[in-house]
Design a binder for this molecule. Structure first.
Ligand code: EPU
Length: 454
C-alpha cells in the first residue's frame, strides 16, 4: 500500500513538498512537450472504477501528485492499483472494496478535493462513506453545499463531524430531480457517479458540460450506464443495477496545453504541444488569435508562437464553453507583454488573482479590482463575482524572489520568471506537481535555464 507521505510524484519529488528554483529568464522557450490525460478527468475516472464489478484500465494517466493522492485513497479502500500493459496505464481492481480506517482516510485530509467524489460510489458499494476535510488550491471558499444537497436528494444521510463528513444510505439510493444553482464541475460529477447505480431516473439540470465531464460520461457508458445529454444543460441518467470495469484512454489535459501555449507567447518562443486537440480548445484558440498569437493545428498536436506584436484583449472566465478559469493565470503573464490595456474578469472563483502580486513585484503593471470595474464591456453578468484584473503592457519583467501560491498561479510564476531578465528565486514549486507532469524535464527540453535549489 502507498502511504501518503511516501508519494513521490512528477520528477521523482515528494508530493506537495516545497521546493525552490533559481530561474534565469529572458530567453524564448522552444521545442516540443507532450501532454497526457487530463488531471480533471483521470482522478474522477479512477474513482468511477469503484462502481464496477470487474477491473478497469485507465490509460494516459499523468505522473502528478493529485493522481498519487487518489491512488492512495483508493488503496486504503481496498482497490488494488497495478501497472497495465503500457506506460502510464493503471489497472484498478475494485473486487475487495472495504471501509478504510479513520486514520488512513484522515491522512489524506487537506490533500485534494477529489475525496468528495468517493461518496456515491462508496455508498453504493458499502452503504456508508467517510470523507475527510478537503484540500485543493486555496482559491476561494470552495464549498461543497451543492454536493451534499444532491446526495441528500438521492436519499443519503449526511452527518458533519469536526474531522470530516460521515454519510450513510440506510434505504439505498434512488434517482432524483436536481437543479444545480451553478453548473459546478464537481457537483455534476457527484451526481453522475451517484445516479448511475441509483434506483430509477435522475434528471440533472444546469449541469456542467466541460469536455472532461463528457469523457467521464463516456467512461460510465463503457461500464454499462445509461446517460443521455439533452439540450440546455440537462443530463438524464437511468440507474442500472450493475456496472462492469472499463478500458479508457483519458482525454488530453486542456489546461496543461493552454499553459504551454501561453509560455510560448510570453517568452516569444515556439512550442509544439503534442497531444493537444483543436475541438476542446476552440475558445482558447480564439483568444490566442485575438491576442496576436499564431497556431498551427497538426494531427498529433498544436504548435504555438507569436504572430507579431502581442495585442491586448478583454476576456471573462466562465464555465464551458467559455474561457476556463484555469487558463487566465498563464494568459495574464503573456498579457504583460502585449501593447495596451487588457482586462480579465474572473467569474468562477472569488479569489483567483492573488498570484498577480508576484508579477507586479517583477515589474508588471496589473491592478486587481476586487469589486469589479465601474464601467467596461462584459459578456454576460454571471454570479456575484465581479473581480477584474487590468493589465497594462508591455512591461519588461525583472527577476524577483517569489513564492508559489497555488497550482495554476504557480505555473504562471515559473513562466513569468522565464520571461523576466535576470535571476528569480521561485519558492514552493512542489505544489505545481499536483497538475503538471515532469515539469522540470519539460522546461529543460524547452531550453529553460534553471537550477533546483532543493
Ligand atoms: N461551488 C459552490 N458549491 C459547491 C461546489 C462549487 O458554491 O458545492 C462553487 C465554487 O466555490 C466555485 C464554483 O462553484 O466558485 C465552481 O466550482 P466547481 O465545482 O465547478 O469546481 P471544482 O469541481 O471544485 C474543477 C476543477 C478546477 C477547475 C473548476 C472549474 C477538478 C479537480 N478541479 O473544480 O480545477 O478550476 O472545476 O472548471 O476537477 C485546477 O485544475 O487547477 C482546478 C482548480
Amino acid at each position: 500500500m502507498t502511504l501518503l507521505n511516501d508519494i513521490v510524484s512528477a520528477d521523482g519529488r515528494k508530493g506537495g513538498s516545497g521546493e525552490t528554483l533559481a530561474i534565469r529568464g529572458g530567453r524564448p522557450l522552444r521545442g516540443r512537450v507532450e501532454v497526457k490525460g487530463a488531471k480533471n478527468l483521470v482522478t474522477k475516472a479512477m474513482v468511477a472504477a469503484i462502481l464496477g464489478e470487474s477491473p478497469s484500465i485507465l490509460r494516459d494517466v499523468p505522473d502528478i501528485s493529485d493522481v498519487a493522492v487518489v491512488r492512495s485513497l483508493l488503496e486504503v479502500h481496498g482497490v488494488h492499483v497495478t501497472d497495465a500493459d503500457e506506460p502510464g496505464a493503471f489497472v484498478l481492481d475494485p473486487a475487495e472494496v472495504e471501509s478504510a480506517h479513520f486514520e488512513e482516510i484522515d491522512a489524506h485530509a487537506g490533500a485534494s478535493r477529489i475525496p468528495i467524489l468517493f461518496c456515491g460510489p462508496l455508498l453504493h458499494r458499502l452503504g456508508q462513506a467517510f470523507i475527510p476535510d478537503l484540500g485543493g488550491c486555496r482559491i476561494g471558499d470552495r464549498p461543497i453545499d451543492f454536493h451534499l444537497d444532491a446526495l441528500r436528494k438521492f436519499g443519503a444521510v449526511v452527518e458533519k463531524l469536526p474531522s470530516g463528513i460521515r454519510l450513510s444510505a440506510p434505504n439505498g439510493l434512488h434517482g432524483a430531480n436536481i437543479h444545480l444553482p451553478y453548473p459546478s464541475v464537481g457537483a455534476t460529477e457527484q451526481v453522475l457517479l451517484t445516479a448511475v447505480r441509483a434506483a430509477g431516473v435522475t434528471e440533472l439540470r444546469n449541469a456542467a458540460i466541460e469536455p472532461e465531464i463528457m469523457d467521464l460520461i463516456a467512461v460510465l457508458q463503457k461500464m454499462g450506464a445509461i446517460i443521455s445529454y439533452e439540450p440546455n444543460r440537462v443530463i438524464l441518467i437511468e440507474g442500472v443495477d450493475r456496472l462492469r470495469g472499463y478500458d479508457h484512454r483519458a482525454i488530453f489535459d486542456r489546461n496543461e496545453a493552454a499553459s504551454w501555449a501561453c509560455a510560448a507567447l510570453a517568452t516569444d518562443g515556439e512550442i509544439f504541444v503534442g497531444g493537444a486537440k483543436q475541438q476542446e480548445m476552440l475558445t482558447f484558440l480564439n483568444v490566442v488569435r485575438k491576442v496576436g498569437g499564431d497556431f498551427e493545428i497538426h494531427e498529433d498536436g498544436i504548435l504555438f508562437r507569436r504572430g507579431g506584436e502581442l495585442k491586448p484583449v478583454i476576456v471573462e472566465t466562465d464555465v464551458h464553453p467559455g474561457f476556463m478559469t484555469d487558463w487566465q493565470q498563464p494568459l495574464i503573464v503573456a498579457l504583460t507583454q502585449a501593447t495596451g490595456e487588457s482586462i480579465v474578469h474572473e467569474t468562477v472563483y472569488e479569489n483567483r488573482f492573488g498570484f498577480t502580486q508576484a508579477l507586479v513585484q517583477m515589474g508588471a503593471d496589473i491592478v486587481v479590482h476586487p469589486h469589479g470595474l465601474q464601467e467596461g464591456p462584459r459578456r454576460v453578468p454571471r454570479r456575484n463575482l465581479e473581480q477584474a484584473a487590468v493589465i497594462n503592457g508591455p512591461t519588461p519583467l525583472h527577476g524577483a524572489d517569489i513564492t508559489v501560491p497555488d497550482l495554476r498561479g504557480g505555473y504562471s510564476h515559473v513562466i513569468a520568471a522565464l520571461t523576466a531578465e535576470g535571476e528569480s528565486i521561485v519558492r514552493n514549486v512542489g505544489i505545481i506537481s499536483r497538475g503538471y507532469e515532469k515539469l522540470f524535464d519539460k522546461l529543460a527540453a524547452l531550453g529553460a535555464d534553471f537550477d533546483v535549489l532543493g
